[in-house]
Design a protein around this ligand. Structure first.
Ligand SMILES: Nc1nc2c(ncn2[C@@H]2O[C@H](COP(=O)(O)OP(=O)(O)OP(=O)(O)O)[C@@H](O)[C@H]2O)c(=O)[nH]1
Ligand SMILES: [Mg+2]
Length: 428
């Protein structure tokens, strides 16, 4: 089964907890703190594999869980890191975060890798909190949760030129006479249900990859027929070759062309504006010449190549023309940088990690991922941990902002499910 779209939940490993412990040695009554840090949780990594042709394996996985980092131990032993989990995907897989819609990675080369969910950091052990002020800290941190998200994985085949057009115009017939691909060919529409790839050899060391796509019909962009989902397989192509049936038996050739162009445009502006060429197929039909003239009259500046997939007339010429067009068309970036997660996250990296909202006269809510992460790591098991958290808030400028917003002693400050009392005189 050819599966080219899968939603997959991934959850990277949690970081190991930090340890709280003190040295026990013979003859030394009060050893120093020696609780080690927790190990980092394992990442989830996607790796492109030439051997895979569809995303079917991912469909059966549904939920991929990462390995937990080990907890820290006494005697300053750091917990072992959780082992990374590798998931193989076919070359040509684009991964999006379903929540943000941003592209996490686009794997286009064999063995290319990308981390799709990061393991949580290990919590610090109490040894890490030793300072001149605090000689015997008891506090230690929990490990951070691993990154968790739903990924939309889409396979977009790697082809240089894509054949698009109505059903039964001869797309599969063309690829079968131009390459060694042997797709099913028949005189009923929608014979091809999934894309076929074929390598077209033009000469010594000269070749290109051709894609035969399922037929599109009017309304495909709204989901009619097989819909337009498979058009994504044309999105990596440099050139779009529109195949028209010059027999005119199915419909008017000019109308056929208009509809195909419109469907491409409705699918994506990017696909529509790709370099394109028209293949006038079925030229062996008696009235084909007449239809071709009619078409050329309407579209004077289009390059049209006449062929017959049955008599093979014009096929060699078509190979050369397509190859020329392919080598003379530069490759475009598949995605704009604004669509990618790495760019967007980088752009916002320097922003404030939280925001304060005033809920009412005496209640403030602090929101922000970084801060919430910090809180969920903190073990509130005593005054020391609370102080440490308060100190971090101060360093982030929370206190100052609260005071500017008019917070008074005794007011409530909420972060996630926690409620704190605002005190103006905290000891730092
Ligand atoms: N006479 C003639 N018949 C052709 C030619 N090319 C294709 N055909 C016939 O047209 C019918 C449809 O051909 P296919 O290659 O299956 O068409 P397709 O575009 O792949 O169709 P879908 O897969 O349904 O989108 C078949 O019966 C072919 O034999 C041609 O150049 N001349
Ligand atoms: Mg076909």
């Amino acid at each position: 089964m050819f599966i080219d779209e899968v939603l997959l939940k991934v959850e990277a490993g949690k970081g190991g907890d930090g340890c709280s412990s003190f040295r026990h040695e013979k003859f030394i009554e009060m050893g120093g703190p020696d609780g080690g840090n927790g190990g980092k949780g394992g990442d989830i990594i996607f790796v492109a594999d030439e051997g895979l042709k569809t995303l079917i394996d991912l469909r059966y996985m549904k939920h991929v869980k990462g390995n937990k980092g080990e907890n820290g131990k006494g005697a300053n032993k750091t917990g072992a890191m959780g082992e990374d989990v590798y998931v193989k995907v076919p070359v040509g897989t684009t991964v999006k975060d379903e929540g943000t819609g941003l592209i996490v990675c686009d794997l286009t080369k064999d063995k290319e890798e990308a981390v799709v969910a990061r393991g949580g950091k290990g919590g610090k052990g109490n040894a890490a909190f030793k300072s001149n002020k605090t000689k015997a800290p008891t506090t230690s941190e929990y490990g951070e949760k691993g990154e968790e998200r739903v990924l939309k994985c889409e396979l977009k085949l790697l082809a240089d030129i894509g054949l698009v057009g109505f059903p039964s115009v001869g797309k599969s017939s063309l690829i079968s006479v131009m390459s060694s691909a042997k797709p099913k060919i028949a005189d009923y529409p929608f014979t091809t249900l999934t894309p076929n790839l074929g390598v077209v050899k033009v000469g010594e060391g000269k070749s290109f990859v051709l894609a035969d796509l399922p037929g599109i019909i009017e309304g495909a962009s709204e989901g009619i027929g097989l819909g337009d989902k498979f058009l994504k397989h044309a999105s990596r192509c440099r050139v779009v070759a529109i195949v028209l049936d010059m027999s005119g038996m199915q419909r008017d050739v000019n109308l056929e062309y208009e509809i195909v162009k419109r469907e491409l445009k409705n699918y994506s502006e990017k696909l529509y504006s790709k370099k394109s060429i028209v293949i006038a197929n079925k030229m062996d039909y008696e009235n084909a010449k007449e239809n071709l003239d009619k078409f050329k009259k309407e579209h004077k500046d289009l390059e049209v190549i006449e062929v017959s997939a049955v008599t093979l007339e014009g096929i060699d010429n078509l190979k050369y023309k397509l190859y020329d067009l392919f080598v003379n068309t530069s490759e475009e970036e598949m995605y704009d940088k604004e669509e990618t997660e790495s760019y967007v996250l980088y752009e916002f990296k320097n922003e404030k990690p939280y925001e304060i909202i005033r809920e009412n006269d005496h209640t403030f809510i602090i929101k922000g991922e970084k801060l919430e992460k910090l809180l969920s790591k903190t073990k509130f098991n005593g005054e020391e941990a609370e102080l440490r958290f308060a100190r971090k808030l101060k360093n982030l400028g929370v206190d100052e902002e609260l005071s500017k917003m008019g917070a008074k002693e005794g007011d409530t400050v909420k972060i996630l499910d926690y409620e704190f009392e605002y005190e103006e005189r905290l000891i730092y």
